[in-house]
Design a protein around this ligand. Structure first.
Ligand code: SF4
Length: 251
């Protein structure tokens, strides 16, 4: 049986490179989709609307923007008793600083895409993810016969620099990093970028954390476990970048 080729765009540099390969005729997805979690950084959609979607449309490919809220009722909390925080937040609940898992990436993106794809009556699916060779540790084992994952950039031996160069060759502006504005996986540099260049996103992240503390005063967005607007965002106070579990975020 023929497998449906489904491109799950993450909206970042590697995804822009996949878009370029599609425009060049090297790749052709049957379905192309990006999930709007409702909390994406504002620059993602302006780049998508101005650059990526029109270029794909010109070669007959529609990048569907679908809304997490239409496919998943759970938001910040999930699990059997709806008490598990789905964010990869830092937590002081145990008395030590711990890091929670990125369940949100699966709940808000991977499962949402599956439900959307099932509406298209797919039977066997290869989901393309924009992971490059320098991120090979993010490659996942196949989870089922129906849902497999392909990595078009790794198949071509492309690293992040190759992706940036390809996007430049297309004459496209540099793609913004794509992630939720309040993602606890942000590096110090990413937080500074949001604080200094995207003030509305920065204020939204601060407000988000305040709301979060009403239910869980032990959960924080920054590894110092202080409110974001009090955190030291100097590079020397950075942590190693933590990827999400589903492979669908920060690409
Ligand atoms: S970007 Fe971060 S907060 Fe958003 S879904 Fe991915 S892991 Fe979760």
């Amino acid at each position: 049986m023929i497998r449906t080729q489904l491109w799950a765009s993450g909206g970042g540099v590697q995804s822009a490179a996949i878009a370029a390969l599609i425009v060049m005729g090297e790749l052709r997805p049957d379905l192309a989709v990006i999930v709007d979690t409702g909390r994406e950084q504002s620059t993602t959609w302006s780049y998508m609307d101005a650059v990526i979607a029109p270029a794909l449309s010109a070669v007959g490919v529609t990048l569907h923007r679908i809304y997490k809220s239409q496919f998943e009722e759970r938001d910040l909390y999930g699990g059997v008793d709806n008490s598990t925080l789905l964010l990869p937040a830092f937590s002081t609940r145990s008395g030590e600083v711990g890091k929670l898992s990125s369940w949100c990436s699966s709940y808000w993106k991977r499962e949402v895409i599956k439900r959307w794809a099932n509406r298209h009556h797919v039977e066997l699916v290869d989901t393309w993810l924009g992971i490059s060779v320098d991120e090979i540790g993010r490659v996942q084992k196949p989870r089922s016969h129906k849902w497999r994952t392909r990595y078009p950039l790794i198949e071509r031996g492309m690293n992040r620099g190759d992706c940036v160069a390809l996007v430049k060759r297309m004459g496209w502006p540099d793609p913004p990093r794509s992630s939720c504005y309040m993602c606890p996986n942000h590096t110090a540099q990413e937080w500074r970028d949001i604080r200094d260049n995207k003030p509305a996103d920065w204020q939204a992240a601060i407000a988000f954390e305040r709301d979060l503390h009403r239910r869980d005063p032990h959960a924080f967005l920054h590894h110092d476990c202080v409110p974001l607007d009090q955190a030291d965002l100097d590079e020397r106070n950075g942590v190693l970048f933590a990827h999400c579990d589903s492979g669908m975020c920060i690409v």
